[in-house]
Every structure is written in C-alpha cells, then in structure tokens.
Design a protein around this ligand. Structure first.
Ligand code: CUA
Length: 313
C-alpha cells in the first residue's frame, strides 16, 4: 500500500510540475499581448497526445491499484506449515468489545491481542452482531467485521510495543468505547506469555472441576473468593460470561484471565481492583447502553466478586 501510495504521489507530482510549468511558460511568453488570444484548431498530433497520455496514466494507476487490492484481499493460507501464517487469530466484533481467539489454543481474550514481532499473523475477522471494523492504524488497513461473512487480514509488526486499535465503523451507542490494544512481544516473550496463559487457563479449569467433584453444600464458602464464586454462579453472571471449567456461554467477555487484562469495558477503565469494583457496582455509569445490566450488587457482594475474579490468574 505504501509503495502504491508513493507511486501515485510521484506521478501526480510529475503531472503537477509539467502542467504548472507549461502554464508558467505560456504566461511568460504572452506577457506583452493584450486581449484574448485566438483559439487554435487542427493540431491533431498534440490533441491525440494530450488525450491518450492522461488516459494511459489513469489506466495504469487503475491496473496497479486493482492488482494490489486483489493481492491484499486474497485469503491468506490457512496452515502455518505453508510457510505463511505464524499465528492464527480469530477476532470477533461484539457490541461493544472484541473477542480474540487463538487457533489451537484455549486462550480467549477480550480487547487485547498478543502477537510476536516480525511474524505474519493471519487474522480472521468476524462479527457476532452488527458491522464493525477492525483497525490498528499503525499495523494494517481497516477490515470490516461483517455478520456471516468472515474477512481476513494480515497483521505484521516489525517493532516491539503496544499499538492502539479501534472499531472504525459506527456500530451503536458505545462504538467509541470499542478500543483494543495489540501487544507486540519478542519471540521469546510471546512464547512465554502464551505458555503462561495456557497454564493459567488449565489451572483455573482444573480447580473448577475439582470443586464440583466435592459436595459443595457440605463445604461452606469460607473465603471472599469462594463467596464470589457462589455469586457468579447464582446471580446470572454465569449466563453471559465464560470462565474455564465453570461456564461456557461466551456472550460477554471471557473472564478466565480478567486479572491480567489492561482495560475494562473495552477501554473505559484501566484494570485494577478498585475499577473492577466500580464496574461491577454499576457498569451503566461507565459505559451507558452496554449489554451488562446493573445488578444492584451490595458493596459486600462486589468485594466478593472482585476477590473471586482476581483469584483467577
Ligand atoms: Cu464496533 Cu464501532
């Protein structure tokens, strides 16, 4: 895209210089004449030249643009063994957050994407509801997330860092707060992050399975976290949010590793215990219209839920 951009700018610059130059010459030559010069006809050769020249230039720009669009729109090869994609992600736009799934891994994240530096990442972009648009201005072009029609895009970052992403298609009241971040890590850091995340998910799932193995009525919820877990299961959280080993609805963001997230509510609050408590107390204050209702939790219930969610890491 950059090469095409530079090519078109150079062509335009050349034309601009030629045209303004010719005008300047004509003005200079005719500086002493008065009145309107007579229109000249019958210069067939120059007329043909000034007709076909621009047509050829426009056709050429069309051809190189079309070729580029076709190349960029080609569905990237699916298997890493083909030597193309090193990482495969599926990103699903929801009102108003992004779900990120890692191919061949149990990692499901919300509003953050971890990728290794210098590797091609094939991203399948889907929508769970309306049309969104996936956009990381520093890494790639925009790509619409269209219900029922997966699109594909490459992400490739050549510098380690954090890149800001946005939804770039108006999708409802909280379109603005549909931010995400792309964390570009070195190959080693990425591998470490991935194995840590997978181990944490395994641990959480195993703990949940172990807990259901015992008679929970016989074992009273002693800790704040245990009480929070009971609330999670009884108050309706469980109907929308997935936690590894505990629930699978996958309507709201997966909460298995919420303690590791950078942001809450797709960017409305930095993630911290205090902010998680604020969010649970009344999500509608921080993100009016978001799909999470105000459950009117008491302060004590909020503390229990925070303790539970923070215990999952
Ligand atoms: Cu999603 Cu705008």
């Amino acid at each position: 895209m950059y090469d095409l951009f530079v090519t078109v700018v150079l062509i335009s610059l050349g034309i601009f210089i030629i045209v303004t130059g010719l005008i300047a010459i004509a003005l200079w030559r005719g500086r002493s004449s008065t009145g309107i010069p007579e229109q000249e006809f019958g210069k067939t050769r120059s007329e043909i030249f000034w007709m076909t020249g621009p047509i050829l230039i426009v056709v050429w720009i069309f051809v190189i643009s079309a070729k580029l669009v076709l190349t960029m729109n080609a569905v990237p090869k699916i298997h890493p063994t083909d030597g193309n994609a090193e990482v495969e992600l599926t990103v699903i736009g929801h009102q108003w957050w992004w779900e990120v799934q890692y191919s061949g891994s149990p990692i499901v994240a919300a509003n953050e994407i971890y990728i290794p530096v210098g590797k091609k990442v094939r991203v399948e972009i889907r929508s769970a509801d309306v049309i969104h648009s996936f956009w990381v201005p520093q890494l790639a072009r925009k790509m619409d997330a269209i219900p029922g029609h997966p699109n594909y895009i490459w992400l490739e970052a050549n510098k380690v860092g954090v890149y800001q992403g946005r939804c770039a298609e108006y999708c409802g009241t909280q379109h603005t707060w549909m931010k995400f971040k792309v964390f570009v890590k070195s190959t080693e850091d990425y591998a470490q992050w991935k194995s840590d995340a997978e181990a944490a998910i395994k641990k959480t799932a195993a703990a949940a399975v172990a807990a259901t193995g015992t008679d929970s009525s016989a074992a009273p919820a002693n800790t704040l976290a245990d009480q929070g877990k009971q609330l999670f299961l009884s108050e309706g959280c469980v109907n929308c949010h997935t936690i590894a080993g505990l629930s699978t609805p996958n309507i709201g963001p997966d909460l298995t590793r919420i303690s590791q997230r950078a942001m809450l509510g797709a960017g409305v609050l930095p993630n911290s215990k205090e902010n998680l408590a604020k969010w649970l107390s009344d999500p509608q204050t921080y993100k009016p219209g978001c799909k999470m209702p105000d459950f009117k939790f008491t302060d004590k219930q909020v503390d229990q839920l925070v303790a539970f969610l923070e215990s999952l890491n």
